[in-house]
Write a protein that binds this ligand. Structure first.
Ligand code: F6P
Length: 388
């Protein structure tokens, strides 16, 4: 009889709804289907480096399916290859991958299931190359992880942002104002576009399409001419003006991606007021969209991902990321996603729908078409290169 397998699980990067649902699925599948034992590392890879873990059994994951956040804690600073240590008020960075490997071996682990976003998957791909058996599970409200049609957490964030936009509508209408709602999403506009369309936004600004303030103001004025004396603008935190830069709120010194965005809407509001003379207000949703209970869709996706991750471990298929493709749960090599960001493609249904509905994306459609042709060209050149 083969020895009982022992696996570790961890949650890394920014939290999102559905993390606990994955943990529950991992633990239940591991015990129920494969009689494995499971431990959970605290605060992402930090727990694996510092040997900080808890034993997970069916009881530890009972009642957590609908719970936001993660019972294991998380960190978006615990990069094993660039691990921050505070020394005399200054951070120094050390490669702790050897400590991580030693601890992995000391614990007698057969594999680690790492649930996280791009930062966690980049680290996982590198750890996989130095011999750690890893299976990745893609999370993030940003929906920007390469290789999967959707990450869990995104649907819940869309629901929260849409509810906020619905509520903002009433004040916009009553006060005849321009109301700007800013949502997270870093370098991809999935959340802004999805919640903007679902919430009936009039102007949606995303990082993929730099905006022209005159196009935005013209749309607002046109609505006023047509008797619509209010407008809703939904903007992704990473959106920028044509020829401009993203608005950086702060740099987080000890984080692998130090940039923290937020506040682009304040600048936009001042410009809109100056150019239209219409009262404009800003609501920045920030971390609100990362909280709360996962939607049924996210609970299911998280569950399917968790079950599949354990199956891959049982089949010794390591170095892979569980993904959603159409309606299927599959897996791809972790190396395929390393260093990549999945932005909104120009031919996406959401962009097509925005155009058909008369929603402005903050730039003339001719210019958007031009950008789209440019992107197609780049894609063709790159796939030609891949084919070589
Ligand atoms: O990647 C998820 C995310 O919520 C982004 O949308 C956002 O820019 C970032 O994390 C915020 O990070 P932090 O929680 O460190 O402020």
């Amino acid at each position: 009889m083969e020895d009982k397998l022992k696996i570790g699980v961890l949650t890394g990067g920014g939290d999102c709804p559905g993390l606990n649902a994955v943990l529950r699925a991992v633990v239940k599948t591991a015990i129920h289907d494969y009689n494995m034992s499971v431990i959970g590392f605290r605060d992402g890879y930090e727990g694996l480096i510092l040997n900080n873990y808890i034993t997970l059994d069916k009881g530890s994951v009972s009642g957590i399916l609908s719970l936001g956040g993660t019972i294991l804690g998380t960190s978006n600073r615990a990069d094993p290859f660039n691990f921050p240590i505070l020394q005399k008020d200054k951070y120094i960075y050390l490669d702790r991958s050897a400590d991580l490997t030693a601890n992995y071996e000391r614990l007698g682990l057969d594999a680690v299931i790492a649930i996280g976003g791009d930062g966690t998957m980049n680290a996982s791909a590198s750890l996989s190359k130095i011999g750690i058996n890893i299976v990745g599970v893609p999370k993030t409200i940003d929906n920007d992880l390469f290789g999967t049609d959707q990450t869990f957490g995104f649907d819940s964030a869309v629901v929260t942002a849409t509810e906020a936009i619905d509520k903002i509508h009433t004040t916009a209408q009553s006060h005849h104002r321009v109301m700007i709602v800013e949502v997270m999403g870093r370098y991809a506009g999935w959340l802004a576009l999805a919640s903007g369309l679902a919430g009936g936004g009039d102007i949606i600004l995303i990082p993929e399409i730099p905006y022209d303030i005159d196009v935005i103001c013209e749309k607002i004025k046109e609505r006023n001419r047509l008797g619509k004396n209010f407008s809703i603008v939904v903007i992704g935190e990473g959106a920028k003006a044509e020829g401009g830069e993203m608005i950086i709120k702060r740099m987080v010194e000890n984080s692998p991606d130090a940039v923290r965005l937020g506040g682009v809407s304040n600048r936009l509001a001042l410009q809109i007021e100056a150019l239209t003379r219409l009262e404009t207000r800003v609501t920045i949703l920030g971390h609100l969209v990362r909280g709360g209970s996962p939607t049924p869709f996210d609970r299911l996706l998280a569950t399917y991902f968790g079950c599949e991750a354990v199956r891959l471990v049982a089949q010794k298929k390591y170095g892979r990321l569980v993904v959603l493709k159409g309606n299927d749960i599959m897996s791809i090599p972790l190396g395929d996603v390393e260093g990549k960001v999945r932005t909104v493609p120009f031919d996406s249904q959401m962009i097509k729908a925005a155009r058909s509905l008369g929603v402005s994306l903050g730039l003339d459609w001719e210019k958007i078409e031009e950008m789209s042709r440019g992107a197609e060209l780049v894609e063709a050149i790159e796939s030609g290169r891949d084919a070589d």
